[in-house]
Design a protein around this ligand. Structure first.
Ligand SMILES: Cc1ncc(COP(=O)(O)O)c(C=O)c1O
Length: 455
């Protein structure tokens, strides 16, 4: 184990108290640290940090000491992946039906994506949005070409994309009502919705447990029953509603698909009163349903669409796609991000987008999604705990009448990674979109073999 030397040689140490740093790094070995000139040697071993841990148990134990405890993690430590297979640090293999929560659409270590990451890192990774970069313009151009949108704003995550959409909706309404002291500022969201963890997106997220510890979140959000066209038509109001946020297919909420009538009613209610319709396709967008955009399955189009998860193949990205009408309300300085739209992220994202948007790729997702549902119905449909198998393309939910976690654990022990959703009673399957039919068969076999743990 090597050691590092830190020289604190400071003439301003009289105004900066270094004592807490020294107490921490030397665990009490040095006591006379409050002097004018400080010179200390820190041995990394004395800090108590053993880097380069190799065993799962060691890594999990170390995590518990240094990472803020926001995640109830699954007890495996993943080390590598290829295609739809993941390997832990002990070399155990897992079939991945999670894709890093609907992110790794091309699977792990797709060679075109890897090359794009490496090539761009070699040339230019980040420039900030003070400067232009070709990669950002290329990606935005392609997104505009293949969607309803005229312009794109890049962010770094799904929640940030929704924050931007909230601000854009507010600014749009302010521009529409320039003389009004109180322009429309309120939002409509729905039961089982999930839009993110930052305070604006969180305010639009239905699960109370996520919101209550952090209240007050953004005010002015009304939650309506997902699918209730009448309530939506009554509550979307002129002079009040700035925008309606909806997932065409709800992911975290339990894999619930909207009906065409529902989305159409939202569209016409928004049009009637001048509100904006925002589709959150962070999870269901970009090929997952077998359509490039989930809303294409319904033939209903939004004013704003938010994207994230799969767009850069595992690198952090978010995107807000807007019509010219919305974009024209946004001015310099209204919003921004240091990292967003960097060449390092946009170049691989373009590779992902080009692959996914190919008609034959989308057709294969639709076909495999249908096959997966057939397999699940055939192998699991007869089990008394299985209430419903639903979804579109490769976003599939298996609703149970009991908590799904014992099944998730049993599947993992048999080498299959799956997710839960909803109130914990829905198994969520969001595999890489490149998964093979053989891999789907294997997944369905393991799921059905593990079903007895629910008894
Ligand atoms: C529909 C939807 N919107 C927003 C988000 C938030 O995305 P992120 O975790 O990248 O902030 C998620 C994440 O699961 C999501 O499923």
């Amino acid at each position: 184990m090597g050691s590092s030397n830190l020289m604190l040689n400071s003439s301003i140490s009289s105004i900066i108290d270094h004592s807490s740093l020294f107490n921490k790094i030397n665990k009490g070995r040095f006591n006379n640290h409050g002097c004018w000139r400080i010179s200390a040697s820190i041995n990394v071993e004395t800090v108590g940090t053993k880097l380069g841990l190799t065993k799962s148990e060691e890594i999990m134990a170390a995590e518990a000491k240094v990472i803020v405890g926001t995640y109830a993690r699954v007890p495996i430590v993943l080390a590598s992946g290829k295609g739809c297979k993941l390997y832990d640090v002990e070399g155990r293999e897992y079939l991945d039906m999670t894709s890093g929560i609907a992110v790794n659409a091309l699977g792990h270590a797709d060679s075109d994506w890897v090359n794009a990451v490496k090539e761009q890192a070699d040339v230019l990774a980040h420039v900030s949005n003070i400067y232009y970069s070709r990669e950002q313009v290329d990606l935005a151009t392609r997104l505009v070409e293949c969607s309803f949108a005229d312009r794109v704003f890049f962010s770094n995550s799904g929640t940030e994309a929704n924050e931007a959409a909230i601000k854009f909706a507010r600014k749009f309404q302010r521009t529409m009502y320039p003389k009004e002291e109180h322009p429309p500022v309120e939002f409509i969201s729905f039961t089982n919705s999930f839009h993110g963890r930052t305070l604006g997106a969180l305010a639009l997220t239905s699960k109370k447990n996520y919101r209550i510890p952090f209240e007050p979140v953004m005010p002015g959000v009304t939650f309506l029953e997902y699918g209730d066209t009448q309530a939506a038509t009554e509550m979307i109001q002129r002079g009040k509603t700035a925008a309606v946020f909806v997932e065409p297919i709800q992911g975290e909420g339990g894999i619930y698909s909207a009906t065409k009538e529902f989305l159409q009613s939202l569209r016409s209610a928004c049009d009637d009163v001048g509100a904006l319709l925002v589709f959150d396709e962070v999870q269901c967008g970009l090929g997952r349903t077998g359509y490039l955009w989930a809303h294409e399955a319904y033939g209903v189009f939004p004013d704003i669409m938010t994207l994230a998860k799969p767009l850069a193949g595992g690198l952090p990205i978010g995107a807000v796609l807007v019509t010219e009408r919305v974009a024209s309300a946004i001015e310099y300085g209204d919003h921004g991000s240091t990292f967003a739209g960097s060449p390092a992220v946009c170049k691989p994202a373009l590779v992902v987008l080009e692959k996914i948007m190919k008609p034959e790729f989308l057709a294969s997702v639709a076909k495999k999604g249908k096959y997966l549902k057939e397999l699940l119905v055939q192998k699991m449909g007869g089990n008394s705990h299985v209430r419903e198998i639903r979804g579109l393309g490769l976003i599939v939910g298996i609703e149970l009448d009991v908590p799904a976690s014992p099944l998730v654990d049993a599947c993992r022990n048999s080498g299959l990674l799956i997710l839960t959703a909803g109130k914990g009673n829905v198994v969520r399957l969001v595999p890489p979109l490149v998964i093979s039919e053989e891999e789907l068969e294997r997944a369905a076999d393991i799921l059905s073999e593990c079903l007895p743990v629910l008894n």
